[in-house]
Design a protein around this ligand. Structure first.
Ligand code: AMP
Length: 193
């Protein structure tokens, strides 16, 4: 059973309620299943909804935030565990090293960058762990299409499409993580196009 997941998601509080509710549901679901959640440490948007829900349901949650964001007071004040890093890169490396799987909820550039980076790391064998895209309201369809396009245009191999799984709802995340066959492609040969 997976112990710790990292969750990438939006800082925007202006996002549609369906997205904010999905973050809340994921927090409730992870708490109920005793899964430790590591996330970006923010207090607004989907990040805020996720953290509020984890705290409300007595779940274990750790925020990892770079110092410049903490100095702007962007961190969630209700967290028992907050790790402050010197850089954004260090933050993402800590989120990856602490987690057994990565989950992406809808978000903007920050979320997409985190998702694409972790897929890249998986391709290179640096993150041989499940990556789950929670495709609320089909939000990620264009990005998934773009990844398919990259395969069609031979920027990636067809086999690379097994690096990510797409689910529609937060309560499908743990089954997807458990069902993932062991990542056997963590050799650099797999990365070669
Ligand atoms: P975005 O999807 O552009 O809203 O960016 C969200 C991602 O970027 C999160 O997973 C965080 O790692 C980081 N991030 C962006 N804005 C903030 C913020 N206000 N507070 C904390 N983290 C943030």
């Amino acid at each position: 059973m997976v112990k710790t997941v990292c969750v990438y998601c939006a800082a925007s509080a202006k996002a549609n309620q369906e997205y904010l509710s999905a973050a809340e549901e994921l927090g409730k679901y992870l708490s109920k299943h005793n899964v430790h959640c590591v996330y970006g440490g923010g207090h607004v948007g989907l990040m805020g909804s996720l953290a509020d829900s984890m705290i409300k349901h007595n779940g274990e949650i750790t925020g990892i935030i770079p110092r410049f964001m903490q100095e702007e007071n962007w961190n969630h004040k209700g967290l028992k565990n907050l790790i402050v890093t010197e850089t954004m890169h260090e933050r993402k490396a800590r989120m990856a090293s602490m987690s057994d799987a990565a989950i992406a909820l809808p978000g903007g550039c920050g979320t997409m960058e985190e998702l694409l980076e972790i897929i890249t790391w998986k391709q290179l064998g640096l993150y041989p762990k499940p990556i789950i895209i929670v495709n609320i309201e089909g939000y990620f369809n264009p990005l998934i299409e773009m990844l398919k396009k990259a395969i069609e245009e031979k920027f990636m191999k067809a086999e690379h499409a097994i690096m990510w799984q797409v689910v529609s709802l937060p309560d499908q995340v743990l089954a997807a993580i458990e069902n993932e066959s062991k990542w056997e492609y963590n050799t650099l040969n797999f990365a070669v196009i």
